[in-house]
Design a protein around this ligand. Structure first.
Ligand SMILES: [Zn+2]
Length: 203
């Protein structure tokens, strides 16, 4: 099971600072390995090229006050009773985006959790089971030398909003006068960054 996010989670990630080399992903699942790390968002070139300028974090001593420009991640492997291989990936990062409604910058907090069914052959990636169960976990084709950075990059791209917008634009808050037709209780999500803020307050 992946660990829950607390200040120790961030510390453990940061103790493995830097880009991740390709490695044997099957061993991670088969031996139930647990990998944590952190690196500069600027290492994800495909993410950076579509974003407004992000702070460049070269090392932990250069971390910005707001923690922008850092990616933290955790990968946990396991197998099940049918000897299928599984990977749980969690990615936490913050990016500075520009609201497409009011054009003001804002900070987007990304906290992605995704489970992959790891397979060895390309033919296993697509299967009839996908047609029956749309909620089937995504299959991931493993390689002897697997590029985790590229997988993290894909997940960050998927997790960032396609059209970034404030929930409520600060300059436009009096414009929306129509009451909502339905009131829905939305569970309050605890942001992993609140953990980070508390961590930073400690001497
Ligand atoms: Zn806005």
């Amino acid at each position: 099971m992946p660990s829950s996010i607390d200040s120790q989670w961030f510390k453990t990630c940061e103790s493995h600072w830097g880009s991740v080399r390709a490695f044997n992903i099957f061993a991670v699942a088969e031996h139930a390995q647990h990998i944590q790390g952190a690196f500069s968002l600027h290492l994800l070139k495909r993410v950076i090229e579509d974003l407004p300028e992000q702070p460049l974090v070269r090392g932990l001593s250069h971390k910005t006050e707001t923690e922008l420009g850092v990616v933290w991640f955790e990968l946990v492997g396991h197998t099940d009773k049918q000897d299928r291989m599984w990977l749980d990936l969690r990615i936490v990062t913050k990016a500075s985006l520009v609201c497409q409604r009011c054009l003001a910058p804002f900070i987007f907090e990304l906290d992605e959790k995704v489970t992959f069914h790891l397979v060895r052959r390309p033919s296993q990636v697509e299967s009839d089971a996908d047609d029956i169960d749309p909620d089937a976990p995504e299959r991931l084709l493993g390689l002897g030398r697997f590029d985790l950075m590229s997988l993290i990059e894909d997940q960050v791209i998927l997790g960032l909003p396609y059209v970034p917008k404030h929930d409520v634009c600060p300059g436009l808050k009096f414009e929306q006068t129509e009451p909502l037709a339905i009131e829905v209780d939305i569970p309050v999500k605890v942001s992993p960054f609140n953990v980070l803020k508390n961590l930073k307050k400690k001497p």
